[in-house]
Design a protein around this ligand. Structure first.
Ligand code: MV4
Length: 489
């Protein structure tokens, strides 16, 4: 039986990632179905699709998290597959299961692989048994005496982690034995309420690592390929801010070893479709952290340097087609940087600033890509995450990518909400950033970026005609003349 591409795909997400997935579908000749909440009535992702259906009220629980309603809708409208994007339902094993029951394909990994990777202890054990380096660590901890013995054996500092979920939730660094009991209690409580699983364990704490992750993609015929690394160290409270590839710290030899380790880890889990294997990287050594069983926000930088369209490959693979390339075909050209443009106020500790976007001109020109689900007149609702655009630049080398990133940020007109644009401009000026001196502590170690940002706060883009009162007056006069039927001067 020869697999064919889907005729119609339902995109179970919103904002930039929904648009990103629909763009791939459109190029593949696949029809798209959008879902939208009351807060997203008139949103670009809903207008972009061939058809759009209201899924519920604004709160995510009433709309984008309505698993059964979404799967039923797919069946009702004749969609043959569901793409979950990231966040929302994307890593819920119940979604691929419900899809299978409804005879709808899931554009993502199998439920079993998701479950195996969802348990951090299970994922670590699986990785270790396939020769993937992990930090020294314990099994599930039962009582305080056992925890103390494990931590002493590993050696302080240690980090207490929940087994049930990643993303940094509940984790506690412990410097000495006296702090261990309270840290375990705190981690266990956070784990129970966030993941419904109170299982915790300890690992050797690596003090100032880099966060480096490997993109992988696997088809249903046993092919598993890696697409190199992304350096994601620049993050704040486990929210990434800026990502780049290649990592300034990764040599071709390390890339090959990390890539092979990542391939072994996902192969062991029976993984299919796109996924990311996270590592911490310190002093030339890397350690497996976890697998993200979804397409990630930062996937475009990998696309820029490899030339692979990850979303198209996801759709192909989910339809049973083989990957369109093999490991030997993967090459990396130049350097790419992604900056997350969030509707947040960096000078007020990055609190969300959802507002109507009153003026918008996205940057363009050589090596510039903007992935967004927003534009002039868009409302940024308060109900969802604050990402409004991803600015992705590609250059021949890191220096060109940085220069390109700066000039693209200077061009970007985004008026309405406060955004992270000026903060990104400050990061790009930082001597440590320019030298590639990055750790997961970069943001907290560089409080001076806040001052560096201020010089950019009052600057207006050369593309912003709306900031020029003479232009506004001239435009108003032209409209008035057109309305009254007078010829223009
Ligand atoms: C660690 C670590 C240091 N040592 N594990 C945080 C999120 C989760 N994916 C794993 N995390 C970490 N695990 C050991 N043994 C430091 C972190 C960590 C981190 C990792 C990746 C990206 C950002 C981070 C920020 C703080 C801590």
């Amino acid at each position: 039986m020869k697999a064919r591409l889907f005729r119609k795909v339902l995109v179970a997400n919103r904002g930039e990632i929904a648009v990103r997935v629909m763009r791939a579908c459109r190029e593949l000749g696949v029809e798209t179905v959008a879902i939208y909440s009351d807060a997203d009535r008139g949103a670009i992702h809903a207008r972009y699709a061939d058809e759009a259906h209201r899924i519920g009220e604004a709160p995510p629980q009433q709309s984008y998290l309505q698993l059964e309603r979404i799967v039923k809708l797919a069946g009702d409208v004749g969609a043959q597959a569901i793409h979950p994007g990231y966040g929302f339902l994307s890593e819920r094993p119940e979604l691929p299961e419900a899809c299978a029951a409804a005879g709808v394909a899931f554009i993502g990994p199998p439920a079993d692989a998701m479950r195996a990777m969802g348990s951090k202890l299970e994922a670590r054990a699986l990785a270790a048994s396939h020769g993937v380096p992990i930090t020294p660590g314990s099994d599930a901890l039962e009582d305080p005496a056992e925890a103390a013995a494990a931590a002493r054996e590993i050696g302080f500092p240690v980090i207490v982690k929940p087994s049930g979920g990643g993303g940094g939730i509940g984790m506690k660094v412990v410097e000495r034995e006296s702090e261990l009991g309270p840290a375990i209690d705190s981690c266990r409580n956070a784990a129970r309420s966030a993941f419904g699983d109170p299982t915790v364990y300890v690992e050797k704490y690596v003090r100032k690592p880099r966060h480096v992750e490997i993109q992988v993609i696997a088809d249903q015929h046993g092919a598993v390929v890696h697409l190199g690394e992304r350096e994601c160290s620049i993050q704040r409270r486990h929210q990434k801010i800026l990502e780049e590839t290649p990592s300034p710290a990764v040599t071709p030899e390390i890339r090959r070893r990390m890539g092979e380790a990542a391939v072994r880890a996902v192969r062991a889990a029976g993984y299919v479709n796109a996924g990311t294997v996270e590592f911490i990287f310190s002093e030339g050594d890397f350690y497996f952290l976890e697998v993200n069983a979804r397409l990630q926000v930062e996937h475009p930088i990998t696309e820029e340097v490899t030339g692979v369209d990850l979303v198209k490959e996801q759709v192909r693979v989910a339809a049973g087609l083989p990957l369109s390339f093999a490991q030997e075909d993967v090459t990396w050209t130049g350097h790419a940087i992604e900056m997350r443009i969030n509707a947040e106020d960096p000078s007020r500790r990055f609190i969300p600033n959802p507002r109507r976007i009153t003026r918008w001109v996205a940057p363009s020109g050589p090596g510039v890509r903007v992935d967004s689900g927003f534009g002039p007149g868009s409302d940024v609702p308060p109900n969802y995450d604050s990402l409004v655009a991803k600015l992705i630049v590609h250059g021949a080398d890191r220096a060109e990518a940085i220069a390109r990133a700066s000039r693209a940020l200077r061009e970007f007109v985004l008026v309405g909400p406060a955004t992270t644009i000026p903060y990104h401009r400050a990061i790009l000026e930082s001597p440590d950033f320019r030298a590639g001196n990055l750790t997961t502590r970069f943001i907290e170690d560089h409080p001076e970026l806040m001052d560096g940002m201020r010089q950019f706060l009052n600057e207006t883009s050369p593309m912003d005609y709306g900031a020029d009162p003479r232009h506004v007056a001239a435009a108003a006069a032209a409209v008035a003349a057109a309305v009254s039927g007078q010829p223009k001067a």
